[in-house]
Design a protein around this ligand. Sequence first.
Ligand code: GLN
Length: 196
Amino acid sequence: APRVGVLALQGDVREHVAVLAALGAETALVRTPAQLAEVDGLVLPGGESSVIDKLARIFGLREPIIARIGAGMPVYGTCAGLILLADRILDGLPSQLPFGGLDIDARRNAFGSQVDSFEADLAVPVLGEPPVHATFIRAPAVERVGPAVRPLAAVDGRVVAVEQGALLATAFHPEVGGELRFHRRFLDRVAHVSGA
Ligand code: GLN
């Protein structure tokens, strides 16, 4: 069976592990290059993207993660994870780097301090009915979408979920609200790519 990892440097790691386990996946925490080498797909959790980036460099994971993304490993990023998958970060910290892979520009904290956090029911056509009850917490928005990127959902005209090849990203947190369909989509991709 394919095995999926959750990057466990900072952020809401446990929530992702719980959703993946509820879907029957074999999960592993990833904190080292050796652990990364043993997984067929990776979740980048929500948290603080600049901290996750910094720790990934300290733990020697940045280059291996970039290499796996380039080799087609399925990755699902939520919120900070979306920022980490963006080719370009807007309003990032000066030292902050993404892993990249998604041909998008992601603006950090795009919804402003007045509405730090909010919930919304989103139509996500690729997932069908019912709409996704989405939790946004200091969420980014996707401001530029390259030609190979498929926007999956928007709120107030701003793209908040995208897919490109084996990469899936949402600006919100399905893992905190019992929404399983994004993780199932990710796991289907992992099974397909790993041939299991
Ligand atoms: N604002 C955070 C960042 O810049 C993301 C918040 C989240 O993951 N909920 O990384």
